[in-house]
Ligand binder design. Structure first.
Ligand SMILES: Cc1cc2nc3c(=O)[nH]c(=O)nc-3n(C[C@H](O)[C@H](O)[C@H](O)COP(=O)(O)OP(=O)(O)OC[C@H]3O[C@@H](n4cnc5c(N)ncnc54)[C@H](O)[C@@H]3O)c2cc1C
Length: 508
């Protein structure tokens, strides 16, 4: 039977960050993820690397952590980050009292900021409402949450870690971990087990006979086609719903809501959430009202302490460590603290290296001209695309994805199906939401040895997933939805698709 120093359960940013940290410390690691890497809350965040200012009034400790980690991430993962900068903006009618508290909190947390007048703000962010009274410039940035997670797993694998996806842990007995993969029950042994399963941490702790008290809150986010803002725009007020607007790749995100949600697997985005976010978005940036709303998505936050606090929790029970809560942007620190505990349990003397060492090693800086365009999307991972860069067939027009990128995602970046490929390459994330590229990606997979029946199943799963995000904003997307239906029901000979995509039947 396979035996490891540490088994990490959960392949979100926390689990992958821990895998990298421990692998760099020379430990023998396995990571088990029940779906794809980043499929949980990680892939459902805004992708905002906070300056810390959002928590400056409500949670000073988290604010400090965000501010420090923001600088570290720029150093070790700069190629995955767009340094957009952020603005905290006060609009006409907002509470001026909050401004002093905000300034005071930023100073206490060591968050750099620059005060700007309304006019100065409009100059650098012209699409903002003219109701801007004043604001502050901070060091917010935007990250690709999928790729940074995958880059951590990639780095861990380079250091010898074993990464297993679609491997659901179903039982734990002392050092034995049982998981299901491809319908088969398998077992590994590990001296230390890390539970990095986010909102699922109580489910997994129960397998080991412990309980963790946590509440889960849903946050929904709207996705608009095109970029309405250059900076991350935050509403300068006590954290509330619909506070954040940010540019993300070729889209604009408006988030988020905050509603308690007990169902971890199936949760709905309600029309009233969509309306709230639309209203908040348009109030701050009127241009948003004229932009195309393409989809909505939602994720769950695990909160162990008070509702307003965003710190992380580390719980050790014998050889079983749970790490949950926190923020995407504090993942490295969470991983460092969890890994420090692990080496203490194992009695190993090694230090954390993740605050200094770049995520993807600096081995081949000499970029070839032909892969320059990939660098913008894949950051330092683009170096690994060279063997596949000759495959230039266009798979996704909206997001400019080549067939080489599809193969790259499968061969190098742990992708197993069309949904996984989407998280890495962004196929289907653009204006048309997978209308053409789902089929094109399937053809690429088929020509590269995937079984025809399997590929057909993947088309359906891929579309079904896209459809889930279109349904909440259906009123805005009816034309595109009808076109997707036409393409796949008729031209693609997928008449039976209605059976698999309930939304299509409903709106026919
Ligand atoms: C709407 C929203 C917006 C957010 N925006 C931001 C932001 O802009 N910036 C920021 O810093 N933070 C943000 N956050 C918070 C951030 O996304 C999370 O703190 C972070 O992603 C949590 O990562 P994680 O790895 O701990 O959890 P997850 O990403 O949820 O990972 C846990 C993993 O465990 C796996 N798993 C569960 N059970 C099992 C099992 N039995 N066996 C194997 N695997 C299992 C799951 O499939 C999952 O992949 C946001 C959160 C929400 C909800």
């Amino acid at each position: 039977m396979d035996k490891y120093d540490v088994c990490i359960i959960g392949g979100g940013i926390t689990g992958c960050g821990i895998a990298r940290d421990l692998a760099l410390r020379g430990l023998n690691i396995i990571l088990l993820e029940k779906g794809d890497l980043s499929v949980g809350t990680t892939g459902r965040s805004h992708g905002l690397i906070h300056s810390g200012a959002r928590y400056a009034v409500t949670d000073l400790e988290s604010a400090k952590q965000c501010a420090e980690e923001n600088e570290i991430l720029r150093k070790i993962a700069g190629s995955f980050i767009e340094p957009t900068g952020g603005l905290f903006v006060l609009f006409k009618g907002d509470n001026y009292d909050y401004v002093d508290k905000f300034v005071d909190g930023c100073k206490k947390a060591g968050i750099p900021f620059e005060e700007l007048s309304g006019e100065e703000i409009i100059k650098i962010e012209p699409n903002l409402s003219k109701d801007v009274e004043l604001g502050f410039k901070v060091r917010d940035a935007v990250v690709d949450p999928f790729l940074l997670t995958i880059a951590n797993a990639y780095s861990a694998r380079l250091e010898g870690a074993r990464i297993e996806t679609y491997a659901k842990v179903v039982d734990i007995k002392d050092e034995d971990i049982f998981y299901i993969q491809n319908g088969k029950k398998k077992k590994v042994k590990a001296e230390v087990i890390i539970n990095a399963t986010g909102v699922w941490c109580n489910e997994v702790a129960k397998l080991r006979g412990f309980e963790i008290e946590l509440k889960t809150y849903k946050g929904s986010i709207l996705v608009y086609s095109g970029r309405a803002v250059k900076h991350v725009v935050n509403h300068l007020r006590a954290p509330s719903q619909g506070d954040i607007i940010l540019p993300h790749k070729k889209t604009t995100l408006v988030g988020t809501t905050f509603l308690e949600e007990k169902n971890l697997e199936k949760f709905k985005i309600y029309r009233h959430e969509v309306e709230l976010l639309k209203k908040e978005g348009e109030r701050k940036v009127p241009l948003i009202g004229k932009m195309k709303l393409i989809r909505a998505y939602a994720g769950l936050r695990p909160i162990v302490g008070k509702e307003k606090e965003r710190g992380f929790t580390l719980i050790k029970k014998e050889n079983f460590i749970t790490v949950t809560g926190g923020k995407f942007c504090t993942y490295r620190l969470m991983a460092e603290k969890a890994s420090d505990l692990v080496v203490k349990i194992l009695g190993v003397k090694t230090c954390c290296r993740t605050a200094e060492e770049p995520i993807i090693p600096d081995d081949d800086r000499g970029f070839r001209e032909e892969i320059k365009r990939y660098y913008k999307k894949y950051g330092d991972l683009a170096k690994k695309i060279i063997p596949y860069s000759g495959y230039r067939g266009k798979v996704c027009i909206c997001e400019n994805v080549s067939s080489g990128e599809i193969i790259f995602a499968v061969k190098e970046l742990f992708a197993k199906n069309i949904r996984d490929i989407r998280r890495r390459t962004r196929i289907g994330m653009g204006y048309c939401q997978g209308r053409r590229c789902t089929l094109e990606a399937a053809i690429t997979l088929y020509s590269n040895g995937f079984d025809a029946k399997e590929v057909q199943k993947q088309i359906i799963n891929g579309l079904r997933e896209r459809w889930r995000g279109i349904i909440p904003v259906f009123e805005e997307s009816i034309k595109e939805a009808k076109l997707i239906e036409a393409v796949y029901s008729c031209a693609g000979n997928y008449n039976h698709i209605k059976k698999y995509i309930p939304g299509l039947v409903k709106f026919l």
